[in-house]
Design a protein around this ligand. Structure first.
Ligand code: VGL
Ligand code: ZN
Length: 201
């Protein structure tokens, strides 16, 4: 079985959002076009409490994009984004959510961030996504979403580690930092991920 993973396609990562990804909106029609080619569609949702430890606002004197130690892990500080039940945390209004069978929320623990849809950044707790997919007999996952160089990248690394055949739909991902994205794509390829344009799906 083949699953499509929609990683954090949320308002705060779209142009005009709190942590906007340039061109983030361009992935939405691409995702909508390929949705019906999958046995299962699952979404992740960045879902932070207002005092989340990844927010610069939780660290007096710090600025967004500073790097700090957060309970033993290196943490980039972000502008407040995807606050639980805020409009910025909603899925993109133009994204067709009808086929989405399950939503996995992450980043809910104020003490630790969670880039991957599978685990927190310290691999201390799982979101349950890998077992859910295995329970549905999924063996192949195709990743899409925002940001390509952060949450999609770390989700793809975990998908590989969890033993899924892992694919990325390149025009259905956009990075926050285009300068480092190519190296990350090379890393994924080296580890066995398959990179495709959406016309391959
Ligand atoms: C993300 C930074 C902070 C993402 C989430 O979805 O890529 N990036 N939180
Ligand atoms: Zn976040």
């Amino acid at each position: 079985m083949k699953a499509l993973l929609l990683i954090d396609v949320q308002n705060d990562f779209l142009p005009g959002g709190a942590l906007a990804v340039l061109g983030g909106d361009t992935i939405i029609p691409v995702i909508n076009r390929v949705l019906d080619r999958f046995d299962l569609v699952v979404a992740s949702q960045d879902w932070h409490p207002p005092d989340h430890g990844s927010f610069a606002s939780s660290h007096p004197g710090r600025q967004p994009f500073d790097v700090v130690d957060l309970h033993g892990l290196e943490q980039t500080l972000w502008p407040d984004h995807c606050v639980q039940a805020s409009p910025g945390a909603d899925f993109a209004p133009d994204l067709d959510m009808r086929p989405v069978e399950a939503i996995f929320r992450k980043g809910t623990d104020p003490e630790i961030d969670s880039y991957s849809a599978f685990h927190d950044n310290g691999h201390r707790k799982t979101t349950g996504l890998a077992d859910y997919l295995r329970g549905k007999r999924v063996d192949r996952v195709w990743l899409t979403g925002l940001a390509g160089d952060i949450c999609v990248y770390f989700s793809a690394l975990d998908a590989l580690t969890e033993g899924f055949e892992t694919h990325l739909i390149l025009d259905a991902c956009q990075p926050l930092d285009p300068a480092t994205f190519n190296d990350k794509l090379t890393t994924l390829k080296t580890k066995g991920a398959h990179l495709h344009p959406s016309t391959d799906v």
